[in-house]
Design a protein around this ligand. Structure first.
Ligand SMILES: Cc1cc2nc3c(=O)[nH]c(=O)nc-3n(C[C@H](O)[C@H](O)[C@H](O)COP(=O)(O)O)c2cc1C
Length: 378
């Protein structure tokens, strides 16, 4: 059976008791180790893995780390203010939850716990099409703001109905993933027997016909396609969505300045600079390196969000220094959800928020708009 995009099976985590975050876990890296011990090898590989040789996976982390900071001194930082605006909404901080699939495999409360944890940390959560909870439940799980990430289906009527449903459920924006017409070489998953178990279907996609019909005896190269992903997605699809959607549409997975410009021309509300956590095309540019050219091309027309390898408050500060309006955390939220459910998600976001505020104070930036390009050593 073909693997589905990012939707491994619920992996017998259901009866695992929720624990709290131990006192000796002080940063996201510590939590990663704990989550690894709690998940099965197969689920761990699914979460941690990147495409092929995982070259870009390493680059995503190191590209942030390698940027050197140049703090300014003797600035009054007695009232560091991390608040910002995104698409007209005030946010306490610029740290968002990235969309990731099937949260019930990490914790029995699944996406509801993620929404609650995000709301408790005053964070905006982006919820995946491949979530393991029905769309209506996403809306009622918590009070905080949320967006919905969309994998458009070849059946456009189905997608139009899904958009109407998620907007009715309260999603304030749609995030169209544009970097995944098909999946990359998930070698880790294949080594541990694949991440798919028969019967798992994302509730948001219930009843939709597959986007790709494989021939009866597909040849190996024809198996690159995935039934939940439409490889025929084009600029026309993005324009169609922008016209149809009553809420802003962001394009997620843009790395090139010309594509970013074209997104703006198509009427997007924002751009997410992302390489899908380095899970698709190996040796793709890390997001810290792609971000500046996209910022330059977009020239303030729409906000830019960035994800990939962001693990420290200093990474968040660097992203904003380079011109991003906000960042998203993918795997770290999963680690928190695994270890302590909603509390763990909140812990990840609160810890990142504290580290970010600390980085701002030490950089001599009391407001986020004081995170200016001169703060990176050149
Ligand atoms: C386990 C996993 C599942 C993911 N599922 C989705 C998904 O359903 N839709 C999507 O647009 N991106 C998905 N992503 C990509 C994330 O949204 C995000 O781009 C990436 O995780 C950011 O990198 P980070 O994990 O290094 O923070 C997934 C990533 C992971 C690790």
């Amino acid at each position: 059976m073909e693997p589905r995009p990012d939707d491994p099976a619920i992996d017998a985590q259901g009866d695992r008791p929720t624990s709290s975050i131990p006192d000796d876990v002080v940063c996201l890296g510590d939590l990663e180790q704990l989550a690894k011990e709690m998940l099965s090898e197969r689920t761990w590989n699914y979460v941690a893995g990147g495409a092929a040789d995982e070259v870009s996976l390493g680059w995503n982390d190191s590209a942030w780390r390698e940027l050197r900071l140049a703090p300014r001194v003797l600035v009054d930082v007695s009232a560091v203010d991390t608040s910002t605006q995104l698409l007209g909404r005030g946010l306490a901080h610029p740290i968002l939850v990235a969309p990731t699939a099937a949260h019930r495999q990490y914790h029995p409360e699944g996406e509801a716990a993620t929404r609650r944890g995000a709301a408790a940390a005053d964070a905006l959560a982006v919820m995946s099409t491949l979530g393991s909870s029905p769309v209506a439940e996403l809306g009622t799980a918590a009070d905080g703001p949320w967006w919905f990430q969309l994998y458009v289906q070849a059946d456009r009527d189905f997608t139009a109905q899904l958009i109407a449903d998620v907007v009715a459920a309260g999603a304030e924006a749609l995030v169209l993933t544009v970097d995944t017409p098909l999946l990359g070489a998930r070698d880790r998953d294949r080594r541990t027997g694949g991440h798919t178990v028969d019967g798992l279907q994302p509730p948001a996609l219930a009843g939709v016909p597959p986007s790709v019909a494989l021939p009866p005896n597909p040849r190996p190269f024809e198996r690159i396609y995935n039934p939940h992903l439409d490889p025929g997605l084009t600029w026309e699809t993005l324009e169609w969505m922008v016209d149809l959607s009553p809420v802003p549409v962001l394009a997620k997975g843009v790395l090139r300045s010309d594509d970013a410009q074209r997104c703006v021309d198509a009427g997007v509300g924002g751009i997410v600079v992302s390489n899908h956590g380095a899970r698709n095309l190996d040796t793709v540019v890390p997001t810290a390196q792609a971000l500046p050219a996209v910022v330059h091309a977009v020239d303030g027309a729409v906000p830019i969000v960035v994800d990939g390898g962001i693990r420290r408050g200093t990474d968040i500060a660097k992203a904003l220094i380079l011109g991003a309006a906000a960042v998203m955390l993918g795997r770290p939220v999963i680690w928190g959800l695994t270890v302590a459910g909603a509390d763990g998600v909140q812990w990840v976001l609160d810890t990142s928020w504290s580290e970010f505020a600390m980085a701002m104070g030490l950089l001599g930036a009391a407001q986020v708009d004081e995170l200016t390009p001169d703060l990176i050593w050149r």
